[in-house]
Design a protein around this ligand. Structure first.
Ligand code: FAQ
Length: 311
């Protein structure tokens, strides 16, 4: 497909038509989508690590089975998203290489440690909760393959969020030590979860163009507010406190007010200076290298069958 001039493209989008892989599109639209979809895929794959850390130590067989299924879902989302990116003419191996060499990002949230079992609950409730808030509007993204991928991903994330909420509910209704563990996890995961939505709107270089192109449907700050509005009542149901004394309902705005986010922390974590950045990347690169023989075997098998079919 050819590069389309941006003005004709915006007119075509006005009809709310989906853009499909074979359609002409501006080079910059393609580039933005590759960036966002690849980073989203990388996040799903790196996002397996914090929770994977607890599979061998889950408190019961049932919890272990559920957590294994959740982490496998994340692998599936990552593979699904790499496939969506490949419809734009890029190569998965190249995207993975860009992640490993630090040229492409992944979500800041996965650079925080999972210190206790309650962190698995906090990730499900808050991190998956933030992910759903961000991704439900992406089901209406202008790029067909990405939007369709999001439909299935969001269904699975909703289940993930419920399981996280249920872990925290069980702990918050357990012994004083379990309750304290749940509160501590929420204290540590609350602010980093708010940072998942990205920098504030006036400091978000990609937002205006991505919204004009129908890639993003809402701004970073609007989605963050939506997440706070959804989460405050849920924290009350859990009997846990969100670590922000400024949270209160604002009748005039029809939203919850909340305190100031320390975005220097987000920028530091994105730059590579979060608590677990080095560990996450080292683990990812090693897993990739350890899997080289599987890729080689699969390629040899495919080549053998191609010859057999050609004969
Ligand atoms: N972390 O101009 P903007 C999950 C970067 S959920 C790291 O506002 P944009 C599920 C941004 O890339 C997590 N980097 O950018 C799960 C850009 O840099 P670039 C993944 C961040 O794209 C749950 C620069 O800052 N979800 O994995 C972050 O318009 C539990 C300027 O920012 C998605 O990726 C950050 N938090 O808006 C898995 C959703 N924020 O690329 C396991 C799709 C910003 O120019 C367990 N993505 N940056 O070098 C999006 O909606 C958008 O890309 C945003 C950022 C909203 C993340």
């Amino acid at each position: 497909p050819a590069d389309l001039d941006p003005e004709t493209f915006v007119e075509l989008l006005a009809d709310e038509d989906r853009v499909e892989p074979r359609d002409d599109m501006p080079a910059a639209y393609r580039k933005t989508l590759v960036r966002q979809i690849a980073q989203h895929a990388h996040s799903e794959i790196i996002g397996m690590q914090p929770e994977g850390n607890w599979i061998s130590r889950a408190p019961s067989l049932k919890r272990k089975a559920i957590l294994m299924a959740k982490v496998q879902d994340e692998a599936g989302h990552g593979l699904y998203l790499y496939s969506a990116a490949e419809t734009l003419g890029v190569d998965r191996a190249d995207l993975i290489d860009q992640l490993h060499s630090g040229r492409q990002k992944y979500s800041s949230i996965f650079n925080y440690p999972t210190l206790t079992w309650a962190d698995v609950g906090a990730i499900g409730w808050l991190v998956d909760g933030a992910a759903i808030t961000n991704q439900v509007p992406l089901c209406r993204c202008s790029y067909g393959p990405y939007s369709r991928a999001m439909v299935r991903v969001c269904k699975e994330e909703s289940f993930h969020q419920r399981q996280g909420f249920e872990i925290l509910w069980t702990l918050s209704h357990g012994s004083p030590a379990q309750r304290a563990m749940a509160q501590d996890a929420v204290d540590r995961y609350w602010w980093p979860s708010l940072m998942m939505f990205g920098p504030p709107d006036d400091d978000s270089p990609n937002s205006a163009q991505s919204m004009a192109w129908g890639i993003k449907r809402f701004s970073n700050d609007d989605l963050r507010q939506r997440f706070v509005d959804m989460t405050v009542p849920q924290s009350e149901a859990l009997g846990l406190t969100l670590p922000d004394p400024e949270i209160r309902w604002n009748d005039e705005r029809g939203h919850y007010d909340f305190g100031t986010i320390d975005f220097t922390e987000l920028f530091e974590v994105v730059k590579g200076n979060g608590p677990c950045n080095a560990e996450r990347m080292a683990h990812k690169v090693k897993a990739h290298e350890d899997g080289a023989w599987v890729r080689e075997a699969a390629a040899a098998y495919a080549a053998k069958h191609a010859v057999a079919e050609g004969a």
